[in-house]
Design a protein around this ligand. Structure first.
Ligand code: IPM
Ligand code: MG
Length: 368
């Protein structure tokens, strides 16, 4: 059988730097674990716009559809701020999500012991934190119609539409319940059923899927604003949180910051199974392109490295190898290695992006 294919879209800003470290790790798996991938590189975001006048070409889109998994770095930067909305770097990412139908976005927020002091919250509130946000990623207000800026009378009006079908809600709910069964067996669903009809339907459908298919899993419902409050008050009450596209965008940034650094957090965006049984999948760090530090070797590659670990687990059925990589990351952190984003107010001497990648490789070697 041929090796599984990986399409790498490093993107803009720090994307290429952090992806270079992931490539070293992919090579390590080929050499040391005989786990080989067919790799191809392509452009997304601002760099694609520079080369082709579009943030994602049809050719790249087709490659993404055909790949066993896509790894993405980051998109965007100030250089592209004034571009027309339709060709902004983010549109490339949104097109990938939509056309690959990656409806379940898994965003773990895990607090590494070595970093519990970095959280803006008290250590006992975050130490040992391990929650999974499942964000619906292909619908809701991000994509609903009508949308646009229109003229009504003598003024303009900006319109976006929150829209969810029952089947869109049901499929992401199933993803959340399936994950919960492999973790703490608890799901909290968040919406605003107190003010939004789409929230009323969301709550009803999640409850129905639960009652009919997953009654062994503990289910609770919370208004999303109260959820934000509870996430900062006592985040350890949660196991899996399932929510819509926009609330998930906000709540996952909030949850990320509980753990101390956005530079640490990976994500997986999964769709329906392909003919080979693997889900359509795109893996990317939660952080952005950080143009202010791009090209300086300062970026933390860990979020991108952990995104590859998620690919090993969710696309390639290599849970044990994913564990190995996650443990290697834990080890370098426990050993005190820190990139600049992980420096406390007292300072210290940060290591470079590539030194962090090398340290993870050394820890992988030591794991054999
Ligand atoms: C995210 C980002 C994206 C989003 C942007 C870059 C389009 O904030 O992945 O959370 O809003 O979904
Ligand atoms: Mg976001």
């Amino acid at each position: 059988m041929s090796n599984p294919s990986l399409l790498i879209l490093a993107g803009d800003g720090i994307g290429p730097e952090v992806m270079a470290e992931v490539k070293k790790i992919i090579a390590w798996y080929g050499d040391k674990r005989a786990l080989r991938f067919e790799i191809s590189d392509d452009l997304v975001g601002g760099c694609a716009y520079d080369a082709h006048g579009t943030p994602l070409t049809d050719e790249t889109m087709a490659k993404a559809q055909a790949a066993d998994a896509v790894l993405l770095g980051a998109v965007g930067g100030p250089k592209y701020d004034n571009l027309d909305f339709s060709v902004k770097p983010e549109r490339g990412l949104l097109r990938l999500r939509k056309e690959m139908d990656l409806y379940a976005n898994l965003r773990p927020a895990q607090c590494f012991d070595a970093l519990a002091d970095f959280s803006s919250l008290k250590k006992d509130v975050v130490a040992g934190l391990d929650i999974m946000i499942v964000r619906e990623l292909t619908s809701g207000v991000y994509f609903g119609e009508p949308r646009g800026i229109f003229t009504e009378g003598n003024e303009r009006v900006g319109i976006n539409t929150q829209r969810y079908t029952e089947s869109e809600i049901a499929r992401v709910a199933r993803s959340a319940f399936e994950l919960a069964r492999k973790r703490g067996n608890k799901v909290c669903s968040m919406e605003k059923a107190n003010v939004m009809e789409s929230g009323i339907l969301w709550r009803e459908v999640v409850q129905k899927v639960h009652d009919e298919e997953y009654h062994d899993v503990q289910l609770s419902h919370m208004y999303a604003d109260a959820g934000a409050m509870q996430l900062t008050r006592w985040p350890k009450q949660f196991d899996v949180i399932v929510t819509d596209n926009l609330f998930g965008d906000l709540l996952s940034d909030l949850a990320a910051m509980l753990t101390g650094s956005l530079g640490m957090l990976p994500s997986a965006s999964l769709g329906a199974p392909m003919a080979n049984g693997r889900p359509k999948a795109l893996y990317e760090p939660v952080h952005g392109s950080a143009p202010d530090i791009a090209g300086q070797g300062k970026a933390n590659p860990i979020a991108c490295i952990l995104s590859f670990a998620m690919a090993l687990r969710y696309s390639f059925d290599q849970g044990a190898e994913a564990d190995r990589l996650e443990k290697a990351v834990e080890k370098v952190l426990a050993d005190g290695l820190r990139t600049a984003d992980l420096m406390g107010p007292e300072g210290g001497s940060p290591v470079s992006t590539s030194a962090m990648g090398d340290a993870v490789i050394a820890a992988l070697d030591a794991s054999l």
